[in-house]
Ligand binder design. Structure first.
Ligand SMILES: NC(=O)c1ccc[n+]([C@@H]2O[C@H](COP(=O)([O-])OP(=O)(O)OC[C@H]3O[C@@H](n4cnc5c(N)ncnc54)[C@H](OP(=O)(O)O)[C@@H]3O)[C@@H](O)[C@H]2O)c1
Length: 338
């Protein structure tokens, strides 16, 4: 089968690198066009990108050259699918232009996430939200589909199979990796051997996005902390349900959450991996799973009074960013074709 040609915008950033790694060997997609900031135009990825992932840069992406974003060139190359790992301020200008020029944009940026007709899509959680693209003018015009903020992604996946118990209140504390701040991100003096109990606009995003994605009216109480680990956001969660729920019901709901009907390549066989080991999960497991970094890991379930508590781990760069976007594109192609 001929692969679908795609573009990656912001290919040198930490999320862009995960796009390049995952798309270098994808069953349906092949990279045909990449951008970064203008000084890189004409240089090759292998020579100019500062690779930060904990494994080697794939050989087959090293020769790809950075180009200027040129809509007519994308069209000539037969590219419709555009993956955006742009900073939000750049995405705010570029993504609506791409949409107006009939491209299909799968974005990590928060720029358009809160627009009424822009889905924040996580296929195993809210596949029905894809219908919103009709409100953007699809199929006559292009569209933007976003994925959620990285912390919200893990929380929304872990809570999706628990929606049936009636989620009333969610208390969440996040312990977020440095890579969540992009590259070069925070200064070493700020974060080495330290924790920072504030991440700009993160708590607001958790509140708004969780309710939009799950379609619930719950009260959400987040605290977000930046930690010095490299990859993976850990979250401790307490949930109050409308129904009386015990630990076994929660674990059973996760174990039975398979979503095979979606039938898309990057969906893990088990989107939620629960383990009863007392010290599970940990950020060093961020790239575990099949595909690596795509499952949400949960553990330490316990009931106190009328609340259920648990710990989760989400790979902020894979499931929480580039991998989530790739899944969204797979789900779109499955429904509408390439
Ligand atoms: N990091 C995460 O865990 C995470 C998770 C979910 C979503 N996100 C979102 O994903 C997006 C990318 O995040 P990141 O962490 O990968 O950021 P990053 O490491 O700072 O990367 C930013 C990318 O944008 C490019 N860029 C900067 N200015 C540009 C311009 N004027 N024109 C074109 N390209 C430009 C950069 O190119 P140069 O290298 O040439 O400067 C780089 O490729 C952001 O919107 C972020 O909020 C991040």
């Amino acid at each position: 089968m001929e692969k679908i040609k795609v573009a990656v915008l912001g290919a040198t950033g930490i999320v862009g690198q995960v796009f390049m790694w995952m798309l270098s060997n994808h069953r349906q997609f092949e990279i045909a066009f990449i951008t970064a900031s203008s000084p890189r135009i004409g240089k090759s990825y292998g020579d100019d990108a500062r690779w930060m992932l904990p494994f080697e840069m794939p050989d087959n992406i090293k020769h790809i050259k950075f180009e200027e974003l040129d809509y007519s060139k994308l069209e000539k190359l037969g590219i419709k699918v555009v993956f955006s790992a742009l900073l939000s301020e750049v995405a705010m200008r570029v993504e609506p232009e791409l949409r107006a020029n009939n491209f299909w944009v799968f974005s990590n940026a928060s720029a358009l996430r809160y627009d009424e007709n822009v889905p924040i899509l996580i296929p195993e959680v809210n596949i029905e939200s894809m219908d919103l693209i009709m409100g953007q003018g699809f199929p006559e015009k292009g569209f933007v589909i976003t994925n959620a903020n990285c912390s919200v992604t893990g929380l929304a996946v872990a809570l999706a199979p628990l929606r049936k118990f009636g989620i009333k209140e969610v208390f969440v504390s996040t312990y977020q990796a440095i890579s969540g701040a992009g590259y070069p991100g925070l200064s070493a003096l700020d974060i080495s051997g330290n924790l920072i109990p504030y991440i700009k606009e993160e708590e607001e995003k958790i509140d708004i996005e969780l309710k939009k994605i799950l379609g619930i009216e719950a009260d959400v109480f987040p605290y977000c902390v930046r930690t010095p680990n490299l990859f993976g956001h850990l979250e401790t969660v307490w949930v109050k349900f409308r129904e009386s729920v015990n630990e076994d019901a929660v674990i059973g709901a996760w174990e039975n959450f398979k979503m095979e009907e979606l039938d898309i390549p990057s969906l893990p066989q088990k989107p939620i991996v629960y383990d009863k080991r007392v010290d599970f999960p940990q950020p060093k497991m961020s790239f575990f799973g099949n595909p690596p970094g795509m499952p949400v890991f949960t553990g330490r379930v316990r009931k106190e009074k009328d609340r259920i508590g648990f710990v989760l781990l989400v790979n902020n760069l894979v499931k929480g960013a580039a991998g989530g976007s790739i899944q969204n594109a797979e789900a779109f192609i499955k429904r509408f074709g390439g």
